[in-house]
Design a protein around this ligand. Sequence first.
Ligand code: ADP
Ligand code: MG
Length: 204
Amino acid sequence: MDGDRSTLAGLIEACREAIAANAEHLCALDRAIGDGDHGTNMKRGCEAVYAERGELDAMPLPRALERIGMTLVMTVGGAAGPLYGTLLIEMGRRMEGGRAKDRLAHALPEAVEAVARRGRSQAGEKTLLDVLYAVQSEVLKQETPARIAAAAGMAARDTIAMKAMRGRASFLGDRSIGHMDPGACSCALLTDTICRYIGESQLA
Ligand code: ADP
Ligand code: MG
């Protein structure tokens, strides 16, 4: 099924490629305001999910999302692993009947709130949550995948001017200002990858 543009396995492959291609950039962002491992962490997680893509593709989507979340918790590590893991696990648990697109809109806000609780964080604190809130807002407005991706990219860029209030970057205080948050960057990158894929496939 590799390369098939209409399966979950294809989407997993696209995400793995995007993270692998940008892993060094994500590490460089994390070197500036953290410990330099964000790209490595995300790459490790994506490789683990990629290894399970065959099984995941055969599962109902909600179960597959939960399983992906658990794999991310176990393999990404750092602060980002439990946060991305919570997002996917909660999405899977909260998706109910209907078309995938409607189920996503229903599940996303609660899953994003679960991430906020897990990170004890909120909007404007220079984290991947800033991107998730932007994505959630566009999804609820039923915007097109292209607009959702654009909003995610803008939200990641907006973290440059913010002072980090959570995670390792918060130790830098004002010196965190002027750098893009690595988690926000990976979140925008994955959103862009998923939106492009959904725009071209039957998953929507
Ligand atoms: P670590 O900081 O443990 O090295 P990573 O480098 O993989 O983990 O991930 C760092 C990213 O995690 C940050 O850029 C930020 O987006 C996100 N993050 C860290 N702490 C929090 C938190 N409390 N709430 C939300 N996001 C957070
Ligand atoms: Mg790090």
